[in-house]
Write a new protein. Structure first.
Length: 223
């Protein structure tokens, strides 16, 4: 039995995996879907204003501690690729697999801001204009989305090299939004790295909603 820890991307909560969780549980696995600090319905403005990438990495590590998880598969969507990388680097060998689901795969010293493209930098800047600390969700999309902590996009990640000891590292490239994706160059870099396995899905960015069965199949090793 595997233990999956599912971390949502920007503006989203645990609900973003709602169609995938039962498929993994039905296969007999333990599943924990997180909502990161600042994105929870009862988080106040002060919490939102002070949450950063370190905060979100600690959210993951705190779950590992509380649930006594020592052999986790961390799955991060989009922005959460930054989170799972930071958490795995600090997890002391408790991570057996990383899955970056159309997600950033940072190098030491990079941030979500520096890793993304001009389109999303414009989205972040425009979304934070009202408060200076909370990035409102882009227009459209799920009404459950909430303002996202700007500091988490801007903070650089500090990696010690411990990620090289995670036995399985995988990247899922969603090819159905190639006009806006920030991950094309990343896909090429990881394909050239024998330590990574790269999968392609012909979906838009929110693969968990568009094709939950295909996402579950990848996570279960059936693809």
């Amino acid at each position: 039995m595997a233990t999956f820890v599912l971390v949502p991307g920007a503006w989203k909560g645990s609900w973003s995996y709602e169609a995938v969780v039962p498929l993994l549980e039905r296969a007999g696995h333990a599943v924990h879907a997180l909502t990161l600090t600042g994105l929870r319905p009862d988080d106040d403005d002060a919490t939102l204003a002070t949450a950063n990438l370190d905060t979100h990495a600690h959210d993951v590590l705190g779950l590992l501690d509380r649930a006594h998880i020592t052999d986790a598969t961390l799955v991060g969507h989009s922005y959460a690729g930054m989170v799972i990388a930071a958490a795995a680097d600090r997890a002391g060998g408790r991570i057996s697999r990383l899955v970056h689901l159309d997600a950033y795969v940072p190098l030491d010293g990079e941030s979500c801001w520096t890793s993304t493209n001009e389109h999303f930098r414009d989205v972040f800047a425009a979304g934070a204009a009202e408060t200076g600390y909370a990035v409102r969700p882009p227009a459209g999309g799920d009404p459950r989305r909430r303002p996202h902590p700007l500091a988490s996009f801007l903070q650089t990640v500090r990696l010690t090299g411990a990620l090289a000891h995670v036995p399985r590292r995988e990247f899922v490239y969603c090819s159905g939004w190639e006009e806006r994706t920030p991950f094309t160059e990343l896909r090429a870099r990881l394909r050239a790295d024998p330590q990574w396995r790269v999968h392609d899905l012909p979906t838009g960015h929110d693969a968990m909603h568009e094709a939950p069965e295909a996402v579950a199949a990848l996570l279960l090793g059936r693809s």
